[in-house]
Design a protein around this ligand. Structure first.
Ligand code: PBG
Length: 357
């Protein structure tokens, strides 16, 4: 020991006594201010653009649209400025505009003529969404069309599945609902949908849909699972838009508890096992931690749904002059991308794409 100490050159002893190997490589003291000034990389827009980590493109956005019966109908949704219930002819025009902007795709929701306790129009070949998909695909074969697969817009009681039991015992029955969902997905695929997106949160629905699609030759139709969908207060304006507020109770026995992040990862794992091609987190901004976890954990594309309440909240503040529309819109979308979303379902899709040019 003594010998080695003595034989070690003094400068080596001096340095190793003070610094760990890592510090030797990145000498913190010498690299700190004033050597380092982070503001150097922010001096101009050209510099900021060069070092920007997160980019947005119109192709990242999916625009939600609401199809309703009739012709020439453009019925404003009061809680969602700039959004409408659209008859099929008007919806096609909207899609033409979106396509011209280079938007990644559209997701269609339906407001049917009649609702019943069997959600009959949901899996009717001539249902509102099926007609809308056919019309859009005929006009714009290259526009990516997704459909939301759920029952709540089609049931008289507004729940996402078949209700069994009465009064306090009433509940949505999981397994018998799967058949409606698989049938609905099949009619959407037949109409030409590229992607079906189940949003009902029944257990086993991804597997049931995959099986049904494959059995009928639709191996190429992809499934985007609303894998981690929370029982959220942020869906309020959507329910006005889709006229799908539950007549009794709420969706907490099937949608997830907002407190649960680990459970969200398990939901995603199960949906992947059942054959989901892509996974989604919904809502987006209050659940960015889960978008990030999903991105780090799963190798498939991750979507995030910036839902109606997130949109309306921003719009309400913009209308009052409290927030700047374009800044907040782009900042909110950037934050969702930065958290790890590959694509974003958003009511800002048109305006954001316009800004991105
Ligand atoms: C259908 C569905 C809902 C949304 C998407 N699909 C409503 C709900 O679950 O109550 C919400 C979308 C939004 O708020 O923008 N189940």
């Amino acid at each position: 020991m003594l010998i080695s100490l003595v034989s070690t050159p003094s400068w080596v002893r001096f340095v190793t006594a003070r610094f760990t190997p890592t510090q030797l490589r990145y000498n913190r003291e010498r690299m700190a201010f004033p050597t380092h000034r982070k503001r150097r990389l922010r001096v101009s827009e050209s510099m900021r653009r060069l070092v920007r980590e997160t980019q947005l493109e119109p192709a990242d956005f999916v625009l939600p649209l609401f199809a309703c019966p009739g012709e020439g109908v453009r019925k404003a949704i009061s809680s969602m400025p700039g959004n409408f219930q659209l008859s099929v002819d008007e919806l096609v025009k909207e899609c033409e505009g979106a396509h011209a902007l280079g938007i990644g795709g559209v997701i269609l929701f339906g407001i049917p003529d009649t609702k019943d306790d069997q959600a009959s129009e949901n899996y009717d070949e001539n249902g509102i969404v099926q007609r809308a998909v056919r019309a859009v695909k005929q006009a714009l074969p290259n526009l990516l069309v997704m459909t939301d697969v759920c029952n709540c817009e089609y049931t008289s009681h507004g729940h996402c599945g078949k209700v069994i039991g009465e009064g306090a015992n009433a509940d949505v029955d999981n397994d018998s609902t799967l058949e409606w969902l698989a049938d609905a997905a099949l009619t959407h695929a037949r109409a030409g949908a590229d992607i079906v997106a189940p949003s009902d949160m029944m257990d086993g629905r991804v597997g049931a849909i995959r099986q049904k699609l494959d059995a009928h030759g639709f191996q190429k139709v992809a499934i985007l699972a609303y894998a981690a969908k929370f029982a959220s207060g942020f869906y309020g304006p959507f329910r006005e838009a889709a006229e799908s507020t539950p007549a009794f109770g709420d969706r907490r026995t099937y949608q997830m508890d907002p407190a649960n992040g680990r459970e969200a990862m398990h939901e995603m794992e199960l949906d992947l096992e059942e054959g989901a091609d892509m996974l989604m987190v919904k809502p987006a901004m209050p659940y960015l931690d889960l978008v990030r976890q999903a991105r780090d954990r799963f190798p498939v594309p991750i979507g995030a749904y910036q839902v109606s309440g997130e949109f309306s909240m921003i719009m309400a503040a913009v209308e009052r002059g409290w927030l700047d529309y374009e800044r907040i819109m782009m900042e909110s979308l950037t934050s969702i991308r930065r958290a790890g979303a590959d694509f974003i379902l958003t009511y800002f899709a048109r305006d954001a794409s316009r800004i991105l040019g």
